[in-house]
Design a protein around this ligand. Structure first.
Ligand code: NAD
Length: 274
């Protein structure tokens, strides 16, 4: 018999692709309950039953436009970057942990996240997939061992609706590569090599290219290129449920954690991602 408590969860961005997937996973789980489903003011679907919205049966939780988390619950936010600051502040006011999956965050939001994490426990990850978390860890290990004599280049592919580019995941992997070779990503990342930016590749730069189209849920290939050989590390997501399951694993984990800013690597026990 399990003695684990049921973790009540509020989903922000409930009507979105990820929001609906998260709701489905919670409804089908026996370790979590959906406390609230929140989406933006004025959007279609407000007042609708969240279970039905997610393609299941009625569950008696309607979609609302205000986040009011209760103590002992966890907020899981997969909405849009401009909404994030208000959601972080709500969690601090209510004293509840936050799992943040929204990407494309402004620098000021990342700073707010750091200061909020002195008061509440937060897991923030650009990618909640266990496979990508491992890829990021491996990227740092490989880059550290190969050094700058192998050229590191990253290619990411996502569906045509994605707003930010390069993906938060690509930036995170590139950051791990830069850090493993003793550099700051900002100084070495190249995202544009066309037109006036065209020139031969400089040693040590990390190219990051984004492809958009179709319904691709997310693919990341990290290449290490040398004269005569190439090493490629690829992760492909086939189902957005992997992100939802990872985020909900993080939500159950963070429910009992002290204030701090945690990563998915902490959740799965991998330690620092670099
Ligand atoms: P989406 O556009 O389908 O859904 C976003 C939802 O947020 C919409 O329903 C929108 O109405 C809602 N929203 C907008 N403003 C809001 C507000 N102020 N309050 C509450 N809700 C609001 O997008 P998606 O594909 O579901 O992705 C959502 C976010 O999650 C994006 O930033 C995406 O990049 C990110 N994402 C992260 C991971 C990860 O593992 N970290 C995985 C997939 C997607």
């Amino acid at each position: 018999m399990t003695t684990e408590r049921l973790v009540p969860i509020s989903i922000v961005g409930a009507r979105g692709r990820m929001g609906k997937t998260l709701i489905r996973e919670i409804v089908l789980s026996d370790s979590m309950i959906l406390e609230a489903a929140v989406d933006r003011e004025g959007g279609a679907g407000l007042g609708q039953d969240a279970g039905r919205l997610a393609g299941l049966h009625d569950i008696g939780v309607t979609v609302v436009d205000e986040l009011r988390p209760r103590r002992n619950s966890v907020v899981v936010d997969f909405s849009l970057a401009p909404a994030t600051d208000a959601n972080i502040r709500r969690c601090v006011e209510a004293g509840v942990p936050l799992v943040l999956g929204t990407t494309g965050l402004q620098k000021s939001t990342r700073e707010l996240l750091r200061s909020a994490s002195r008061e509440i426990a937060i897991v923030s990850a650009a990618n909640f997939s266990v496979g990508v978390t491992l890829l990021t860890k491996i990227a740092g290990l490989v880059a550290g061992s190969l050094g700058e004599s192998w050229d590191a280049e990253l290619l990411e592919i996502h569906h045509s609706h994605k707003r930010d580019a390069p993906s938060g995941t690509a930036l995170r992997i590139a950051k791990a590569v830069a850090k493993a070779t003793g550099r700051e990503l900002e100084g070495v990342m190249r995202t544009d090599r066309a037109g006036e930016h065209a020139r031969p590749r400089e040693r040590g730069e990390i190219g990051v290219a984004a492809v958009r189209g179709g319904d691709s849920i997310g693919e990341h290939t990290l290449m290490f290129l040398a004269d005569g050989e190439r090493l490629e590390l690829t992760h492909r997501a086939f189902d957005r449920a992997i992100f939802a399951r990872g985020a909900l694993r993080a939500a159950r984990w963070v429910a009992s954690k002290a204030p701090g800013l945690y990563s998915m690597a902490d959740v799965i026990g991998l330690g620092d991602l670099g």
